[in-house]
Ligand binder design. Structure first.
Ligand code: 13P
Length: 241
């Protein structure tokens, strides 16, 4: 299966951040894994410009969230069709920061994932347990319930990202055995051809060992995707699956 190395810039990046994409494109032009898709999800304000400026590069662009309907009276929201129009290929839905900051439920996440498919794009559907849930030994149950309620019923392409909430932006990661257990569990709950990404404190120093785990088909990278010098070694690690 082709790996997917995806960068989630979150609420970071101005027009000047184009230089980081340019630096990554240059590095990838010199050497890039043939069997790995590379995606950057910048703030929505930058998607159209990046998709246009880097149309010749082996980097795709995506949104970080979308509204479930194509258009309407929803001030400040952006639809999946608008991301498609801007040149996006993917949209992340159900990130734990959306679930926590905006109270998004599994049912809403499923509607958003269906919206992304409706627009002809690929959703990256995020799931993951909290620290308390991991400590209580309920991580598999929590993720199992999220999958059951937030995955679309479709034969179309979608991606699942397992992001333990306590590993996001903390420098902490689960043990390799815990990642293997969770990804094996997610695989048993979905199709064989669905890519399952790991996310949460992926760095150049741990990417190779994480990406070598069975059923880890790529990474969703936050902080380390902002600088080409950090993201490029993770992209290279994606080619070594
Ligand atoms: P960090 O890589 O900064 O931990 O963020 C992970 C994440 O939330 C990606 O969506």
């Amino acid at each position: 299966m082709r790996a997917l190395i995806a960068g989630n810039w979150k609420m970071h990046g101005l027009a000047a951040s184009r230089c980081e994409v340019a630096a990554l494109a240059d590095k990838m032009k010199a050497s890039a894994p043939a069997d790995c898709d590379v995606l950057i999800c910048p703030p929505a304000t930058l998607v159209a410009a990046f998709a246009k400026d880097f149309s010749g590069a082996a980097i795709q662009f995506g949104g970080q969230d979308c509204h479930a309907v194509p258009s309407g009276a929803h001030t400040g929201d952006i639809s999946a069709e608008m991301f498609a129009d801007a040149g996006a290929a993917f949209v992340i839905v159900g990130h734990s920061e959306r679930r926590a900051d905006h109270g998004e439920s599994d049912a809403e996440v499923r509607l958003k994932a269906e919206a992304v498919l409706r627009a002809g794009l690929t959703p990256i559907i995020c799931v993951g347990e909290s620290e308390a849930e991991r400590k209580a030994g309920t991580a598999l149950d929590v993720v199992g319930a999220q999958l059951e309620r937030s995955l679309p019923e479709t034969s179309a392409d979608f991606v699942i990202a397992y992001e333990p909430v306590w590993a996001i932006g903390t420098g902490l990661t689960p043990t390799l055995a815990d990642i293997a257990e969770m990804h094996g569990f997610i695989r048993s709950n979905t199709r064989k051809d669905v890519r399952i990404l790991y996310g949460g404190s992926v760095k150049p120093g741990n990417a190779t060992e994480i990406l070598a785990i069975d059923n880890v088909n790529g990474a969703l990278v936050g902080g380390a995707s902002l600088k080409a010098d950090d993201f490029y070694p993770i992209v290279m690690a994606g080619g070594k699956q």
